[in-house]
Structures are given as structure tokens and as C-alpha cells.
Design a protein around this ligand. Structure first.
Ligand code: SF4
Length: 409
């Protein structure tokens, strides 16, 4: 059953990144970043399309050289999603990116330090109505703040860096702001965001920086981002993985769907953990199903279960599922047995019926099958399995007896 998020969201101001609202109660958006040379605008656009298809609402491209700014001028008008320019050390690159028509800038206060440069960029962004993300990064904190806090990166130092930048912006009347205080340490970034949320009303962009390759990077990012989202903190998110950026977009999207913060777009595939009763290699069939559903926008919960003895019951809340038994696949729809197919057709059957349900609905699907017959067939295979394997297929009872013997001496 789909569970919607119940935790309250922190109320923030709203900025528009192109046509995507960030903060102010808007749906939490997913961001990712291209890894192509921005100057190679065709390759970058291809990647932006891939990211948008995978679930990214906003994409960031580096603007580190004049050729990159020229690339952005080609990219922005053809991009399916708003583009953020990532600025490193040269404030002139920020001005060039604005000229290229980008929808947002990201400035790192630790890298562009001269107040007059910061204010020049903010004035130009103000005149064009383009927001700026203040992107504080624990690894490149402003040296003065690093020294002030005893040559250690602390949450207080990161928050102070963001507030100082807001101060420069407000001197020129610029307030189209969102903020991030990322660190590669999860506890540090959680603390920094919590403190920042206490002292500002601007929307926050969440991320664990340099989280690393899969699967560790995914877990670190999720630990940091999900903790804050569950506290109502965060308006847009980015996974920073050492992996194909498509994985970042997918992960971001999946996290929001899992937390009930965005509507489901793709299949939510659930699978049993397998046990002594399993009649199939559950991992392999689940992987085949995952691959078969990968490119389809089917917002259903689909179950792959190892046996017909417990599978349909354990996954009764899924929209549809399939359980193995006696070399056959038992398709069930909303917990009701619907159809029996040969085992090697299990994945194809799932896809075919998911398509049918998307087009016609669950009731129409159930009306198309003989539920009574399917239940009889399932009962037959269930009984056969119980006969063969007994009530205790995992042989836990024998093991427990042995354990007792050891303990009792
Ligand atoms: S009892 Fe069946 S459905 Fe449950 S974990 Fe074992 S194989 Fe999977």
C-alpha cells in the first residue's frame, strides 16, 4: 500500500529555477550534474536528456572556461530541464554564464572571496531575476573561517560562511537565494543543515559531497539526505556519486518516492528475501524484472515472490505480483490469484499485465481472468510444495532442537 509522508515540511521562501519552483511547499526536486565537457554541447545535451529521463528536474553543468559558457549558450535553449551553472574560482565565469541564459548559478563562498566580485555577480543576477545557490562546501571552506574555528571544519563555520554571503547579497538587494552546506561527513552535514534551518528562511539544497562510489556513496547520501527530509528540512536534493550521473538522478527520485514525498513514476519492485521454500532464483528473476521495467513509466508496486505457499499473501498489498510453484508462475493481482503461466514466462507476464492494468485498471484485469480457476491451481501447487517440503521448509525446527540440546548440555 502506498504510504504518503506525514512529516511536516519546514516553511521557506520560494525561488524559481527556470520553471521549477524550489521551496515554499513546492514538490522536492531532484538535481544531478553532467560529467561531460560543457564546451561539448552535443554530448552534454545528450547527458542532460538521459538525466531528465531518469528523474532529474534540474541539471547543473560546470562553467569553468570561456568555451563552457559558450557551450551553455547552445545548451540552455535546447535543454528539457532548467540549467544551473557551477562556478569555481572566476567570478567572470558567473557573468558569462548569466549572459548564456542559465536558470541559476552556484557560487562557492570559499572560492570567490572578494566582496566586490560577489556583489557584482549578485547585482547582475538580480537584474536578470536569476537565483543563486550559495554552495558552502566543508572541503573548501573560506580560509578565514577555517582559522577562526580552530582549523577544523565545524557546522558553525559552514553556517557562518552562508550567512556572510547572504549579507553581501542583501547589500545589493538580491534575495533569490537557496543554500547548501555540504560535507563528506554525514554527521557534520546533518548538523550544519539543522543549524542553518534554524536561522534562515531560504530554501535548502541537500547533499553529501564526494559521497564516493556505489554502494557506500549511495548509503552515505541516503543517510544524510533522508534524515533531514524526515525532519522536514530540504527543498531540493542531489546525490553526489562517483558513478554514472544517471544513477544520481535515479537515486534521488527513488528516495523521494520511498519517503512519500513525490508521486511514484516508475515501478516499485518488491521481492521476497528468498528462503528454503523458494522455487526459483529470486534474485535473478527480480533482476530480470527490474531490467524489463527499467525504461517504462509504470507507477505500480510489483512483487516477485519465491513461492506460492506464502508469496501471494505476503505481497497482498502489491498491485500485482508473481510467485513460483511447481515450475509454474502464479500471477496475482491485488492479492487475488489470476493466472498460471510456465516458469520461464514469469517476467514477460508481469510486464504484459502491468501494461494492461495501467491502461485499463485493476478491475478490468480481474474481469479478464478466471480467479476461481487460478486459485484452485495455486492451492494445488501450494499443497504439493507443503507435502514435499513440510511445514518447516527451512528446517528451523530441527536446528532449534539442536540449539536447545547444546544449551541444556
Ligand atoms: S516463504 Fe516463499 S515468499 Fe516467503 S521468503 Fe520464502 S520463498 Fe519467499
Amino acid at each position: 500500500m502506498e504510504v504518503q509522508a506525514t512529516f511536516p515540511r519546514r516553511l521557506t521562501k520560494q525561488v524559481m529555477v527556470g520553471d521549477v519552483p524550489v521551496g515554499g511547499g513546492a514538490p522536492i526536486s531532484v538535481q544531478s550534474m553532467t560529467v561531460t565537457r560543457t564546451a561539448d554541447h552535443e554530448a552534454t545535451l545528450q547527458q542532460i536528456y538521459d538525466l531528465a529521463l531518469a528523474g532529474a528536474d534540474i541539471v547543473r553543468c560546470t562553467c569553468n572556461e570561456p568555451e563552457a559558457a559558450e557551450g551553455l549558450a547552445e545548451i540552455v535553449p535546447r535543454s528539457p530541464v532548467p540549467i544551473v551553472a557551477d562556478i569555481h574560482h572566476q567570478y567572470r565565469m558567473a557573468l558569462a554564464a548569466l549572459e548564456a541564459g542559465v536558470d541559476c548559478l552556484r557560487l562557492n563562498p570559499g572560492n570567490i572571496r572578494k566582496p566586490e566580485h560577489i556583489k557584482t555577480v549578485a547585482s547582475e543576477a538580480r537584474d536578470r531575476g536569476v537565483p543563486i545557490r550559495i554552495g558552502v562546501n566543508g572541503g573548501s571552506l573560506h580560509p578565514d573561517l577555517y582559522a577562526k574555528y580552530g582549523n577544523v571544519v565545524t557546522p558553525e563555520a559552514m553556517v557562518e560562511s552562508a550567512l556572510e554571503e547572504i549579507g553581501y547579497f542583501s547589500e545589493v538587494g538580491f534575495d533569490l537565494i537557496k543554500i547548501s552546506v555540504k560535507a563528506s561527513s554525514v554527521p557534520l552535514m546533518i548538523d550544519a543543515y539543522r543549524q542553518l534551518a534554524e536561522v534562515t528562511e531560504y530554501p535548502l539544497h541537500l547533499g553529501v559531497t564526494e559521497a564516493g562510489p556505489l554502494p557506500g556513496g549511495l548509503i552515505k547520501s541516503t543517510a544524510g539526505i533522508a534524515t533531514l527530509l524526515a525532519e522536514g528540512i530540504g527543498d531540493t536534493i542531489r546525490y553526489s556519486l562517483t558513478a554514472d550521473p544517471v544513477e544520481e538522478a535515479k537515486a534521488g527520485r527513488f528516495l523521494l518516492e520511498s519517503l512519500g514525498l513525490r508521486e511514484r513514476k516508475n515501478v516499485d519492485l518488491i521481492a521476497c528475501p528468498s528462503c528454503g521454500r523458494a522455487e526459483i532464483d529470486v534474485v535473478s528473476v527480480a533482476e530480470q524484472a527490474m531490467a524489463a521495467f527499467a525504461e517504462r513509466e509504470i507507477p505500480l508496486q510489483v512483487a516477485v515472490m519465491g513461492c506460492v505457499v506464502n508469496g501471494p499473501g505476503e505481497a497482498r498489498d502489491a498491485d500485482l505480483g508473481i510467485a513460483a510453484g511447481n515450475k509454474r508462475g502464479h500471477l496475482f493481482i491485488k492479492g487475488k490469484n489470476a493466472l498460471v503461466v510456465p516458469e520461464d514466462e514469469m517476467v514477460d507476464t508481469l510486464v504484459e499485465w502491468a501494461d494492461f492494468i495501467m491502461e485499463n485498471g485493476t478491475e478490468a484485469a480481474l474481469a479478464r481472468v478466471d480467479v476461481q480457476r487460478a486459485e484452485r491451481e495455486a492451492a494445488r501447487d501450494r499443497e504439493r510444495l507443503l507435502e514435499e517440503q513440510g511445514q518447516d521448509a527451512n528446517d528451523s525446527g530441527t536446528r532449534i532442537e539442536m540449539i536447545k540440546k547444546h544449551i541444556d548440555g
